[in-house]
Write a protein that binds this ligand. Structure first.
Ligand code: CP
Length: 307
C-alpha cells in the first residue's frame, strides 16, 4: 500500500489483512511496555490544518508504539499564517527527511494533492466532506469484534450525512464487507444526489430502529445551524436524537456507535452514550491499533497488505 487516501484504495482482502494486523497490534497495546521496533528509524509527521483530538493523538500514539519518530505540524504558529501554500509547506517538511505524512485538511482532495507532491507515504486523516478512511477502518474493526462478520448486518447511519466524511467512508467500507446500509436523515441533511451510493434512505428513525443491528450516529455540525438545514437543535433532537426511550426500540443485541466528538443531548443522550450498547470508547481504543496497522502497512518492511 503506497498511500491510504480513500476506502476506494482498499480491497476486501486489504481490509482483512489490516484487521489481522490490528489484532496483533492490539495485543502489543495491552503489554506493560506497549512498544515494538517495527518502524524504528522512520519519521511520521502529523499535518493538521483542522482541529482534532482523537485522530491526531491516535496516529501519534500509533507511530510512537511502532518506535517511529514523530513531528507535529499545527497550523497555528506555522508559516501558513504568512501565506505559505500547502505545496510549499509539505515540500519544506519533506526536505527535513520524513517517511509519512498524516494529513487532515478542510479541503476535499487535499491529501490526494499532497500525495502528488511528495515521495513520502500519505494517509488521509479527514479531508473536508470527502473521506476519513481510518475512522471507517476502526469502525469496521469494532463491529467485527462484536458481530464476527458484517455480511448481511443491518446498519443505519443517522444524521448529518451531507457534511460527513465519516458517513462517506463508512458507507464504502460497510458495503465492501457486505453490510446493508440505511441512511436516516431529514432531506436537507442528505446529498442532493445519492446516485451510486449502495444505500436505502429513510426519514423516520423510529420506524427503522427495530430492524437494526447497528446504529451509527453522526455529529450534528452546530456551525451548520445558520444554514437553515434544520429548524433548531431541539427540533432535530426530538426527531433524530437517540434518547434512552428511543433506544428501547432497538433489538436487544444492537450496538450504538459515534465517531466523536459528540453533542450530548442532541444526536445522542448521555444515558445512551454511556450505556451498555455504546461502543464509543472501544472505537477510540481500537483506533490506535488500527492506525498502527495502517502505518506499518505503509512503512513496514514486508508489509502484508498489497497495494
Ligand atoms: N472522529 C474524529 O475524527 O475525531 P477528531 O475530530 O477528534 O479527530
Amino acid at each position: 500500500m503506497r498511500h491510504l487516501l480513500s476506502v476506494d484504495d482498499l480491497t476486501r482482502a486489504d481490509v482483512d489483512g489490516l484487521m489481522e494486523l490490528t489484532d496483533s497490534f492490539l495485543e502489543v497495546s495491552r503489554r506493560e511496555i506497549a512498544k515494538v521496533p517495527a518502524l524504528r528509524g522512520k519519521t511520521v509527521v502529523s499535518l493538521f490544518y483542522e482541529d482534532s483530538t482523537r485522530t491526531r493523538i491516535s496516529f501519534e500514539t500509533a507511530a510512537k508504539r511502532l518506535s517511529a519518530d514523530t513531528m507535529t505540524f499545527g497550523v497555528k504558529g506555522s508559516s501558513h499564517a504568512k501565506g505559505e501554500s500547502l505545496r510549499d509547506t509539505v515540500q519544506t517538511i519533506e526536505a527535513m527527511g520524513i517517511d509519512a505524512l498524516v494529513v487532515r485538511h478542510q479541503a476535499a482532495g487535499a491529501p490526494h494533492r499532497v500525495a502528488d507532491w511528495v515521495d513520502a507515504a500519505v494517509c488521509n486523516a479527514g479531508d473536508g466532506r470527502h473521506e476519513h478512511p481510518t475512522q471507517a477502518l476502526l469502525d469496521m474493526y469494532t463491529l467485527r469484534q462484536h458481530l464476527g462478520s458484517l455480511e448481511g448486518a443491518r446498519v443505519a447511519i443517522v444524521g448529518d450525512v451531507l457534511n460527513s466524511r465519516v458517513a462517506r467512508s463508512d458507507v464504502k467500507a460497510l458495503d465492501l464487507l457486505g453490510a446493508a446500509v440505511t441512511l436516516v436523515a431529514p432531506p436537507t441533511l442528505l446529498p442532493s444526489s445519492l446516485a451510486g451510493w449502495p444505500v436505502v434512505v429513510h426519514h423516520d428513525l423510529d420506524d427503522v430502529l427495530p430492524e437494526l443491528d447497528v446504529v451509527i450516529l453522526l455529529r450534528i455540525q452546530r456551525e451548520r445551524q445558520d444554514e437553515g438545514l434544520f429548524p433548531s437543535l431541539r427540533e432535530y433532537a426530538l426527531r433524530y436524537g437517540l434518547t434512552a426511550e428511543r433506544a428501547e426500540r432497538l433489538p436487544e443485541h444492537a450496538l450504538v456507535m459515534h465517531p466523536g466528538p459528540m453533542n450530548r443531548g442532541v444526536e445522542i443522550d448521555p444515558d445512551v452514550a454511556d450505556g451498555p450498547r455504546s461502543t464509543i470508547t472501544e472505537q477510540v481504543a481500537n483506533g490506535v491499533a488500527v492506525r498502527m496497522a495502517v502505518l506499518f502497512s505503509l512503512l513496514g518492511s514486508g508489509a502484508p497488505v498489497a497495494a
